[in-house]
Design a protein around this ligand. Structure first.
Ligand SMILES: Cc1ncc(C[n+]2csc(CCOP(=O)(O)OP(=O)(O)O)c2C)c(N)n1
Ligand SMILES: [Mg+2]
Length: 593
C-alpha cells in the first residue's frame, strides 16, 4: 500500500522517539488520525475531552519526562482550543509540538468553513517555528525542524497540514533539485558551561559572602545534589521557586521552602538578611521578595541568557546548565567555617514548621484547608508525582506539603492558568504508570475542566500498573484565591456574584463514573481519608469541604495590603467575622516562635 504523507509524518515522529500523542479528532486532521490508527502499535493516541487538555497533557509529558510532548487537533475550533495549554508550555519552557489540520488547499483564502489563519493564530505561541505544508515533500523537514527546535529552544512549535496534503502520497525524499532541503533526525543536548574565568569570578563572590542565600527553580531540577553540596559548603539557605519545589527535599533544615506570595517566612527572612544571592535556574517573577538593590552581591546560573540579571542585577552571570556549572563551581568554593548564619536559617525554618502546624490545626468550618495538606505530607508515598492547580491550593501545596527526594511536582508556574492539575496528573500516569500521582485542585478548576478530565481517567486508568491516582478537590464553593486577592490588593469585599460557585457533588460524580468518591466533612476525616485514598485500588476523588475564610496570608503583609484588607472588612465583606477570627488566630500562631 502506498504511504500517505500522514503515514510518513507519523513514521518520522516515531523515528524522533515520539510514542504518545494527546489529541482530539476532526475532519481537518482525519488523514493523520487514519495514519495513527495504522501505526497504533508504535504510537499511542490518547483521546482528551478538550484540545486544551491535550495541550496541557503534552506540556506535562515534557515536564515529567524531559521528552518532547506532542498534541494534535483539527483545524479552526480544535486548533483554537489548544492555545491555553500551549502557552502554559511556552511560558514554562517546555518542548511541545502541536500538529494541527487545516481546510483543503483548494478552499484556502475562500472564507471556507472552519478556515482560520492558523499561521497567524500560532505566530506568537509557536513563534520559534510555525509552518503550513502545501506539498507532501515538506513533511520531512517540517517534522525534523519542529521537533529539533522545540527540544533545543525548550519551546512550542507547530506544524499545520491542510487535509488534502495529509492524504497525498508520501514523499520521503524530496526530489534532487534546486530549492529542496534534506533534513535529518536527532538532537542531543550539548554541554553548556561558562568560561573558567567567569566561574572563578563567581566563586570569589560566593567565597567572600558571609550570609549566602540560594534561590532555585525549575532549571535546577536535575541538580538537586549539587545544590545541596553548594549550600553545605557555603552554609547557605535554599529557597525554592514554585516550579523548583522538587529540586531539594523539605526535610533538610536549611531548605526554607517556597518564596513569594505563596512562600514562607524563613524564605523572606533569608532574602532580606543575606549579603550574597545565588540564583540557579529560576526567573521567579516577584522581585520584591528578593534582596533590596545594593543589599547583596549576586551570582546567577541559567541556560537562557535572557533570564540572566532579569529580576536582580547580578555581579556574575553564568550561562550554562545548572548541574554541570555547579559541578565546576564546587571545587572552587571554600567551606565556610563560621556557621552562625546557617544556624539562624535553621532556627527560622524550625520555628516556621511549628507555625505551619499550629495554623493547620486551627479550627475552621468545617475543615481547615491547611490541615488537608499538612496531613498529606507524612503519608506521601515514595516516588509520588504531585500536580497542583492555580487557586488557594497552590498556597498550601507550596507551604505545607513536605516533598521528599525522588518525587516530582509541577503546576502552571508562569501562566498560572486554572485547569492544568487534572490533565497534568493524567499525563503523569501515562508517563509513569508505576508511580502514585496526586492532583490538588480547587472546585472552580474542577468545574472549569477537571470533571471532564475525570472521564478521561475512567477511560484509561486500567492501563496503568499502579492504580493510585488521587484528586484532592478543595470544595470551598468559592473562587477563593481571587476572593482573597480582591480583599488584600483591591480592598474590595467578596463579590458573591462573581466569586461564589454553584454546588457540585464531586464524590458522587466520581462514583457515577466508576471511580472512587470520598467526602471529607470533618477534621477527623482527613488523616484516615488520605490513608484510604492512597491505598485504593482505583482512582479516587476526595471532596474536601474546606473553609474559604482561612486566609492564604503572604509571608509578610505590607502596610498597603493590610490597609486594603481592613477596608474590605469595613465595607462589609459578607464573611467579615470569620475573616477576623481566622486572621487573629493566624497572626497569633506566627508568634509561636
Ligand atoms: C483560566 C483562568 N481563569 C481565571 C484565573 C484567575 N484565577 C486564579 S485562581 C482563581 C480561583 C480558583 O478557584 P478554585 O479553583 O475554586 O480554587 P480556590 O482558590 O477556591 O481554592 C481564579 C479565578 C486563572 N488563573 N486562570
Ligand atoms: Mg474554590
Amino acid at each position: 500500500m502506498t504511504q500517505t504523507a500522514s503515514d510518513f509524518l507519523v513514521h518520522r515522529l516515531h523515528e524522533w522517539g515520539v510514542r504518545r500523542i494527546f489529541g482530539y479528532p476532526g475532519d481537518g486532521i482525519n488523514g493523520v488520525i487514519g495514519a495513527l490508527d495504522r501505526a497504533r502499535d508504535r504510537i499511542a493516541f490518547v483521546q482528551a475531552r478538550h484540545e486544551e487538555m491535550a495541550a496541557f497533557m503534552a506540556c506535562a509529558h515534557a515536564k515529567f519526562t524531559g521528552e518532547v510532548g506532542v498534541c494534535l487537533a483539527t483545524s479552526g475550533p480544535g486548533a483554537i482550543h489548544l492555545l491555553n495549554g500551549l502557552y502554559d508550555a511556552k511560558m514554562d519552557h517546555q518542548p511541545v509540538v502541536a500538529i494541527v489540520g487545516q481546510q483543503a488547499t483548494i478552499g484556502l483564502g475562500a472564507d471556507f468553513q472552519q478556515e482560520v489563519d492558523l499561521v497567524s493564530l500560532f505566530k506568537d505561541v509557536a513563534g520559534h517555528y510555525v509552518h503550513q505544508a502545501s506539498t507532501p515533500a515538506q513533511i520531512r523537514h517540517l517534522v525534523d525542524r519542529a521537533m529539533r527546535i522545540a527540544r533545543a529552544e525548550r519551546t512550542v512549535t507547530c506544524i499545520i497540514i491542510p487535509n488534502d496534503v495529509q492524504e497525498m502520497d508520501a514523499v520521503e525524499e524530496p526530489p534532487r533539485k534546486h530549492g529542496a532541503s534534506y533534513t535529518g533526525v536527532g538532537y542531543s543536548e550539548p554541554q553548556v558551561i561558562p568560561t573558567e574565568s567567569d566561574l572563578r569570578r563567581a566563586a570569589r563572590v560566593l567565597n567572600e559572602g558571609e550570609r549566602v542565600a540560594m534561590l532555585v527553580g525549575a532549571g535546577a531540577l536535575y541538580a538537586g545534589e549539587e545544590v545541596l553540596e553548594v549550600a553545605e559548603l557555603l552554609g547557605a539557605g535554599i529557597a525554592k521557586a514554585l516550579l523548583g519545589k522538587a529540586v531539594v527535599p523539605d526535610d533538610i533544615p536549611r531548605v526554607t521552602g517556597a518564596i513569594g506570595l505563596l512562600g514562607t517566612r524563613p524564605s523572606w527572612d533569608l532574602m532580606m538578611e543575606c549579603d550574597t544571592l545565588l540564583v540557579v535556574g529560576s526567573s521567579f517573577p516577584y522581585a520584591e521578595f528578593l534582596p533590596r538593590l545594593g543589599q547583596a552581591r549576586g551570582v546567577q546560573i541559567d541556560i537562557k541568557a535572557r533570564n540572566l540579571s532579569l529580576r536582580y542585577p547580578m555581579e556574575v552571570n553564568l550561562q550554562g546548565y545548572a548541574r554541570e556549572t555547579l559541578q565546576l563551581l564546587i571545587p572552587l568554593l571554600k567551606r565556610k567555617k563560621d556557621r552562625a548564619w546557617q544556624e539562624r536559617i535553621e532556627g527560622w525554618t524550625r520555628d516556621w514548621w511549628r507555625v505551619l502546624e499550629a495554623r493547620a490545626m486551627n479550627e475552621a468550618h468545617p475543615i481547615n484547608p491547611q490541615r488537608v495538606f499538612w496531613e498529606l505530607s507524612p503519608r506521601l508515598p515514595d516516588r509520588a508525582v504531585l500536580t497542583c492547580d492555580s487557586g488557594s491550593a497552590a498556597n498550601w501545596y507550596a507551604r505545607d506539603v513536605k516533598i521528599r527526594s525522588g518525587m516530582m511536582a509541577s503546576l502552571s508556574g508562569n501562566l498560572a492558568t486554572m485547569g492544568p492539575a487534572v490533565p497534568y496528573a493524567i499525563a503523569a500516569k501515562f508517563a509513569h504508570p508505576d508511580r502514585p500521582v496526586i492532583a490538588m485542585v480547587g472546585d472552580g478548576s474542577m468545574q472549569m475542566n477537571g470533571i471532564n478530565g475525570l472521564i478521561t481517567v475512567e477511560k484509561y486508568w486500567r492501563e496503568w500498573r499502579d492504580p493510585r491516582l488521587v484528586f484532592l478537590v478543595l470544595y470551598n464553593r468559592d473562587l477563593n484565591q481571587v476572593t482573597w486577592e480582591q480583599r488584600a490588593f483591591a480592598g474590595d469585599p467578596k463579590f458573591e456574584g462573581s466569586q461564589t460557585l454553584p454546588e457540585f457533588p464531586f464524590a458522587r460524580y466520581a462514583e457515577m463514573l466508576g471511580l472512587e468518591g470520598m467526602v471529607m466533612q470533618r477534621p477527623d476525616d482527613v488523616g484516615p481519608g488520605w490513608d484510604r485514598a492512597l491505598a485504593a485500588e482505583r482512582p479516587v476523588v476526595i471532596e474536601a469541604h474546606t473553609d474559604p475564610e482561612v486566609p492564604p496570608i503572604p509571608p509578610h503583609i505590607s502596610f498597603d495590603q493590610a490597609k486594603a484588607y481592613w477596608r474590605a472588612f469595613l465595607k462589609g465583606d459578607p464573611a467579615r467575622w470569620d475573616m477576623l477570627r481566622h486572621s487573629v488566630q493566624e497572626m497569633a500562631d506566627s508568634y509561636v516562635r
